[in-house]
Write a protein that binds this ligand. Structure first.
Ligand code: UTP
Length: 227
């Protein structure tokens, strides 16, 4: 059976302050093209990562910015990352980086890449919106954590990892408020949207590819499932 998947690709996997994550992107490209050769299709939504956050902070040191200004800086970072990811998929990718996921996309290309859309949320919301629009039941959220924890494990040794949870429980962890540059396992505004549309989100460590490719084969994997 062939499927359409939505991947929310954390910006920290694409680029860090040290530069573009070339080795990760090479491997990611191979994995996705391998799935495409089996007939699968993908929406890939790219985050802005550390570059979005430091760009927002630096501009804000020069002059105090409002939240909307901060978000537009973040969106620019997500779109740069989207352009990198779209172009490495060459002939497999829809020609344009999607800026507005509510617009109709006419293409038979198997990979569509989007960055951020508009202020008020992160790219996780773009993934949630596309999932609802295209009736796709699962979002694969790849970032730099293996699991969601009850609290931040770097600050609290009592934090326990969560394998499976509900949207209402998850909202107790991330809250319901948006803040530009927020670093949450899945954005609270996107979480509200997923809860309404009963979309399932799987959170996995993006660099552990032999783990998350198991999702495509319906095998057991390590990660947190929110539904
Ligand atoms: P993301 O938060 O999506 O990048 O966008 P990230 O932090 O790399 O994603 P995760 O956490 O790994 O999933 C970076 C910033 O861009 C702005 C926000 O300020 C966000 O914090 N943004 C992004 C928007 O305002 N709207 C969007 O649709 C997307």
């Amino acid at each position: 059976m062939t499927n359409t998947y939505i991947i929310s690709l954390g910006g920290s996997l694409i680029a860090t302050q040290q530069g573009i994550e070339v080795n990760f992107l090479k491997e990611f490209r191979e994995v996705i093209i391998n799935q495409v050769s089996k007939g699968d299709r993908f929406f890939i939504i790219t985050g802005g990562g550390q570059i979005a956050r430091t760009s927002i902070e630096s501009a804000n040191e020069i002059v105090a910015l409002n939240n909307e200004q901060k978000d537009w800086i973040g969106i620019a970072a997500t779109r740069l990352n989207a352009s990198i990811v779209r172009n490495i998929f060459s002939e497999y990718g829809y020609e344009k980086v999607v800026h507005n996921p509510s617009e109709e996309i006419k293409t038979d290309k198997p990979i569509i890449v989007s960055g951020g859309w508009k202020p008020g949320h992160s790219t996780d919301f773009v993934a949630a919106f596309l999932a609802e629009k295209h009736n796709i039941k699962t979002i694969i959220n790849l970032s730099n954590i293996d699991y969601v924890y009850t609290t931040d494990p770097r600050e609290n040794p009592e934090a326990t990892l969560i394998k499976q949870t509900s949207w209402s429980e998850f909202q107790k962890i991330v809250g319901t408020q948006w803040e530009p540059g927020l670093n949450a396992p899945f954005d609270p505004i996107a979480s509200l949207r997923c809860a309404e549309s009963t979309t399932r989100v799987i959170i996995c460590h993006g660099k552990k590819m032999t783990n998350w490719v198991k999702i495509f084969n319906d095998e057991e994997f390590e990660g947190t499932v929110i539904q």
